[in-house]
Design a protein around this ligand. Structure first.
Ligand SMILES: Cc1cc2nc3c(=O)[nH]c(=O)nc-3n(C[C@H](O)[C@H](O)[C@H](O)COP(=O)(O)OP(=O)(O)OC[C@H]3O[C@@H](n4cnc5c(N)ncnc54)[C@H](O)[C@@H]3O)c2cc1C
Length: 392
């Protein structure tokens, strides 16, 4: 059931190094100027996504029988970490990896045979995952988007907000309520997951929202959008469990990106501190400049160990909820600390688009908030790991 138990292991250092080298080679064809231009024009990295697909990396976690590489989550972490470490933004790659996981783990054989080989070849993009709503926010079981069965279809009504890459995807995973909240025993029951063919969708309005970084994000308005009943993933009413189930993978993958970002910031700051001369000496000769970089380095490397631990547990099919959450928390904090240190080390140049630090600073800031905010992880750790009383 890759990603997860059964996926090809990446325990051998040789395989890891090969993978790392291969990803670096693809990334080297997309220098800083490429990402800077995309950022300025708020464009999707079409060329990068095509190159990553062609090299097989976007389908890395798809099993070999469906045309992918059949690698595990540890491999996904190496890929995404290297992408972000190169100065790029792995958004399209990570979305495809964890969004595809929902289909892979819970989709019917027919759905998998229909979609996965095309996703692996790059003929179909599944990079949109619609959960968040304006009213419910972090409280996912309060979502109000409904999917009501009418004959052979479900009819969808409601709104979603900040949904990434809808205009750049062919398919989208949608979470909607199929049984009203008042009629279920547990709030988490009565939610279902659907595969939406975005090219066919009628009754769906997509309104782009400009956000801090180059992440195509939209508001979605569903007004009687019809979905064939066969587009449900897994069983009706079990959708919340499927979404939760994918969250460990998502958190670990994004934590790996944060480590990649952190390493990029530390490398840039170190380079700058060693080269920039002020008061007749290199700024890096001052411990006031050195120490924050050294501390950021220590925190990024420590976070990286937790990411490796979480990914390795995941790949062995062992419980990893605590480690996945800790990895995301520590890595997001470490990358954000490293981002601040890089801006400080660059001084005014840290704010200048030509030096790329400000772009990466904006990009890594997201991970304090999405896909899960730092507070919610702390709450998970307090309640589920430490056994403290439930607070909400
Ligand atoms: C660029 C971008 C891309 C995104 N892409 C997607 C996507 O593709 N798909 C998708 O479904 N969503 C996406 N999101 C949405 C994102 O997952 C949410 O914004 C995020 O989960 C937080 O929800 P919210 O914005 O409603 O914040 P709120 O729920 O309004 O929370 C606001 C703040 O309050 C804190 N808070 C809330 N409740 C508590 C509590 N009980 N205790 C302590 N603190 C609390 C939160 O930690 C947060 O910091 C994206 C968001 C952005 C900005």
């Amino acid at each position: 059931m890759p990603p997860g138990p059964g996926a090809r292991s990446l325990e051998t250092p040789l395989l890891t190094e090969d993978l790392r080298r291969g990803v670096r080679e693809v990334c080297s064809r997309f220098p800083d100027e490429y990402w800077r231009d995309l950022d300025a024009g708020r464009r999707y990295p079409e060329e990068f996504a095509a190159a990553m697909t062609e090299a097989g990396y976007l389908g890395a976690l798809i099993p070999e029988e469906y045309g992918g590489m059949g690698l595990g989550l540890s491999a996904g972490c190496v890929i995404l970490g290297e992408v972000n470490r190169s100065g790029a933004n792995a958004g399209p790659a990570h979305a495809q990896m964890y969004t595809m996981g929902t289909l892979l783990r819970h989709g019917s054989e027919a759905q998998k045979r229909e979609c996965l080989p095309k996703i692996a070849k790059g003929e179909l993009r599944l990079q949109a995952f619609a959960v968040t709503e304006p009213e419910a926010g972090t409280d996912t079981t309060s979502i109000r988007t409904t999917a009501t069965r009418e004959g052979d279809d479900y009819v969808v009504e409601g709104r979603k907000i900040y949904i990434s890459r809808v205009k750049q995807s062919d398919l989208m995973i949608l979470l909607a309520r199929t049984t009203p909240l008042e009629e279920v025993e547990k709030r988490s029951s009565g939610l279902s997951v659907f595969l939406v063919d975005l090219k066919e969708a009628e009754g769906l309005t997509v309104k782009p929202r400009r956000v801090m970084m180059n992440n195509a994000t939209s508001e979605l308005i569903f007004e009687g959008m019809q979905l064939p009943a066969g587009n449900i993933i897994g069983e009706e009413g079990e959708g919340f469990r499927y979404i939760i189930d994918g969250m460990n993978a998502e958190r670990i993958l994004i934590a790996a990106e944060c480590v990649g970002d952190g390493r990029w910031f530390v490398e840039k700051a170190t380079e700058r501190a060693g080269a920039r001369e002020v008061f007749g000496r290199r700024i890096g000769e001052n411990q006031g400049v050195q120490f924050p970089i050294a501390r950021a380095y220590a925190n990024v490397e420590a976070a990286s160990l937790m990411v490796e631990k979480a990914a390795s547990l995941f790949d062995r099919g062992e419980p990893c909820g605590a480690e996945a959450n800790l990895a995301k928390l520590l890595a997001a904090d470490a990358s954000w600390e490293a981002a601040n240190v890089a801006v400080q080390t660059f001084g005014g140049y840290g704010f200048d688009a030509e030096y790329d630090v400000e772009r990466k600073f904006r990009e890594t800031r997201l991970y304090q908030v999405a896909p899960i905010s730092t507070n919610l992880i702390l709450s998970y750790v307090a309640e589920h790991v430490l056994g403290l009383p439930r607070s909400f």
